[in-house]
Design a protein. Structure first.
Length: 666
């Protein structure tokens, strides 16, 4: 018998067998998508050493052109699958701008393929009582003996009744055929029932970005918008968890492995497909794939239809999917699924363009989004979703401190209230209204009521859970806050803001190491996300890692386009230390404030870091006067703890309607 040798690895509670493509934890296999498994093998083989991103991309994708986000997605999936070691540390370390290092201790062994397979499956029922010896050879010999003993060495005497049977061969043949047919039917029915049972058990779905087959890149907004609209329709189905489309967008370049994408998103099935818009016609083709075995569970191809039928097409898909999954829709639930926000296809296309630009989250994008939403309202004055879009844009312009509060907040409120007046079943305007009620008006009870209303209307609306979590954290209600941000992450597992703000909430609750791990995991998703670098800088500052704090602040500024200030900070940090860098930052910021608006919160943070308590308090009071969107963070942010005993700080918290609650390790 040809017995091959194989290499396998052990680390923590895991055993990795590359040849058999198995990852086992305590005798239980851990399923991984093919490229996630290949990534793990590449890291483990070079454990303790840096593995460059370029090497991993070449090793896993074999020369195919892919973006780095594909790799970070697989690294994130591995971290989730492996968890942490007994000491709380992770298995994989990120080396910024370079690659990754597998840091857990690894033991390498050489084994025998057939011996390991035999041991794992205990040779089924054939040799279940046979014990393999340590070397395996005796075990294999005994296995061969058992197998050979199943084959008789001498002919078996034929009983006389077979002679009788030969005279009735036709009758017996008929009986055998009928018996086999009955058996086949029973087996088939069993498999069919099993298949239907597995289909009806699907209760979580991710809608992957629909491919734009129009041949015109300018129609990208349409395929993106239909993806979001279809997701929203499916999210109205009670009992079906639908992953937010913003998470699925990370898989635009992974459509060659939709099942792997679904596994990483943690869903039972994925809906993939394409949209082709050609003048006044549209074709929408989708199929539902099980992430368990990759089979096609359900498919729908609408063929070419008039563009004005785009709403009906989405209804057909949502209702057809619910029927396939055996989800009974109540009259109200069915109405929600088929709810059409407008009958005007021109208004709908303008709305999709508005959402396309809103998702860019830049001042230019938000402003352009407002323009398209306003055009949609001109086409259909009762288009509630377009008003909700305007409210969202103005709320973000306030949140990012891009425009003065006195200009944008009233417009956000007006648009949100108008949307609710037209259609009080929309979650989005309630969410935007809640945001300005909390962060601008400091009306915490009203804000909480609006957030709860939004969540009740659409439990799958990740943004509502996300913003509500931050509002709870600002009040020091960290148990509730972490619960909400985890719900948001389940609905939108690859959202950069949600993942970064989970790190922020852990930081605010003084769970520093967990916060660091979460922020590093966010940077694994996208190492160029400035928000995660800024929050990591604040964490480093609070935990005494001053030099690293300046490095992260500088990196965040660089990613926001302020390379000049980033270089100033890096240079001062290297030459004179972190305190000198902070002073330089304050100096440059003061110079800039003579020419442009600078948020008072930044001055407050810099003065607090430099120990200039009276000045920091004055800036905080000015931020409250201006209704700065970040003033509500001071109650929870550990970097303001040094001011907490000051009477002026206590008075400021009272003015904000906040109770002094700095947080603690939960």
């Amino acid at each position: 018998m040809n017995v091959g040798k194989t290499i396998y690895y052990e680390f923590g509670k895991f055993r990795l067998e590359p040849t058999e493509r198995l990852l086992i934890r305590e005798d239980r296999p851990i399923p991984l998508p093919p490229r996630t498994f290949d990534t793990l093998v590449a890291l483990v083989e070079k454990s303790g050493h840096l593995v460059d991103k370029d090497h991993l991309l070449e090793r896993v994708w074999h020369g195919s052109f892919v973006e780095e986000v594909n790799l970070t997605v697989h690294i994130s999936a591995l971290r989730k699958a492996l968890g942490t070691l007994d000491d709380g540390s992770g298995f994989i370390e990120t080396v910024p701008k370079r690659g990754y290092r597998f840091t857990a201790p690894v033991k390498e062994f050489e084994g025998t393929n057939e011996i390991e397979v035999a041991r794992r499956f205990r040779l089924s029922a054939v040799n279940e009582d046979v014990e393999l010896d340590d070397e395996g050879e005796g075990g294999l010999a005994r296995t061969e003996n058992i197998r050979s003993s199943l084959v008789p060495e001498t002919p078996i005497a034929v009983p006389r009744f077979w002679n009788y049977a030969s005279r009735h061969a036709f009758k017996l043949s008929l009986i055998v055929v009928v018996g086999l047919a009955v058996a086949a039917f029973v087996i088939f029915r069993g498999k069919l029932n099993s298949s239907e049972t597995s289909v009806s058990s699907i209760r979580s779905v991710a809608v992957l970005p629909l491919k734009n087959l129009s041949g015109d890149a300018s129609d990208e907004y349409f395929s993106s918008g239909v993806t979001e609209s279809l997701t929203n329709s499916l999210s109205k189905i009670d009992g079906l968890r639908v992953i937010s489309p913003s998470a699925s967008k990370h898989f635009t370049n992974l459509q060659d492995d939709p099942v792997g994408a679904g596994k990483q998103l943690g869903v039972a099935a994925v809906l993939e497909g394409s949209v082709r818009k050609d003048g006044e016609s549209v074709r929408l083709s989708v199929r539902l794939l099980s992430t368990d075995d990759g089979r096609v569970v359900w498919a729908s191809d609408t063929n070419d239809r008039a563009l004005k039928d785009v709403f009906a097409l989405q209804d057909e898909i949502a209702l057809g999917l619910a029927e396939k999954l055996r989800i009974k829709l109540s009259a109200e639930n069915g109405t929600d699924v088929s709810r059409r926000p407008t009958q005007n296809t021109d208004a709908y296309q303008l709305y999709l363009k508005g959402r396309y630009y809103w998702n860019k989250r830049t001042q230019e994008g938000l402003t352009k989004g407002i323009e398209y939403f306003q055009q949609a309202i001109k086409a259909d004055p009762n288009y509630a979703l377009a008003y909700a879009g305007i409210a969202d844009c103005y709320a973000m312009l306030y949140s990012y401190d891009m425009m003065p509060a006195e200009i944008v907040v009233p417009k956000a409120k007006e648009a949100a209230l108008k949307a609710i007046e037209i259609d009080d079943k929309l979650a989005e305007p309630h969410c935007s209204l809640a945001y300005v009620e909390s962060d601008h008006d400091w009306n915490w009870q009203e804000a909480e009521s609006e957030y709860k209303t939004a969540i009740a209307l659409d439990p799958n609306y990740a943004t509502a859970h996300h913003w509500y979590a931050l509002t709870l954290a600002n009040q020091g209600r960290f148990d509730e806050s972490l619960r909400e941000i985890r719900l948001a992450q389940q609905l939108d597992p690859l959202s950069l803001p949600i993942n970064a703000n989970m790190g922020r909430i852990l930081f605010y609750s003084r769970q520093y190491e967990q916060a660091r791990s979460q922020l590093n995991a966010t940077l694994d998703l996208d190492e160029n996300f400035w928000g995660a670098h800024y929050k990591l800088a604040e964490l480093n500052e609070a935990t005494g890692r001053d030099k690293e704090a300046i490095q992260e602040f500088a990196r965040s500024l660089e990613l926001q386009g302020d390379t000049e200030l980033a270089e100033v900070l890096d240079k001062a940090n290297e030459e004179s230390g972190s305190t000198a860098a902070m002073r330089k930052w304050l100096e440059k910021t003061t110079e800039r404030s003579q020419k442009q608006h600078v948020t008072p919160i930044l001055f407050a943070e810099l003065d607090a870091a430099l120990g200039k308590t009276p000045q920091s308090l004055s800036w905080l009071e000015k931020a409250a006067d201006e209704r700065c969107p970040w003033i509500v963070l001071i109650n929870a942010n550990p970097n303001f703890d040094k001011l907490r005993g000051e009477p002026r700080f206590k008075a400021l918290l009272k003015r904000l309607g906040l109770t002094d609650n700095p947080g603690q390790t939960l």
